[in-house]
Design a protein. Structure first.
Length: 130
């Protein structure tokens, strides 16, 4: 369980921000390229209609590729987040987050020596319950 939680934290705090930054960079590059291609196409339209058409087609191609990349990255981010959240919630081990003397428990709270415990109290002062 600790490995799954560690993996979830690494994905959430290290990998996802970097993926988002890369996605933003790709979007900025696509926007700049589209703007440059559009301006060049407008400038060439009067002098070279065939060249303007090629630049216009290139602009459309870059736009479509940027949208496709953005959609794919969003799908990957959502899938990783959902999978990591389900694993961190105990979905991978049937809801068994803690074991004490061979028994499976979902929750563990520190109650000390004299606190109320509705489950099983350990000698260390933890209360295990489902």
């Amino acid at each position: 369980m600790r490995f799954v939680h560690l993996l979830y934290m690494v994905v959430r705090r290290v990998i996802l921000p970097r993926v988002l930054i890369c996605t933003m960079r790709v979007c900025v590059c696509v926007c700049v390229c589209v703007c440059v291609c559009t301006v060049m196409a407008n400038n060439k339209a009067a002098m070279d209609p065939a060249g303007a058409r090629r630049l216009g087609n290139a602009s459309i191609g870059v736009s479509v590729a940027g949208i496709a990349v953005t959609i794919i990255v969003i799908i990957i981010i959502v899938a990783v987040n959902v999978t990591a959240a389900a694993a961190a919630a105990g979905g991978g081990r049937g809801g068994c987050n803690y074991t004490y003397y061979g028994q499976c428990y979902r929750h563990r709270d520190y109650v000390g020596s004299y606190g109320h415990c509705s489950g099983l109290r350990s000698s260390e002062g933890y209360c295990y319950y489902n």
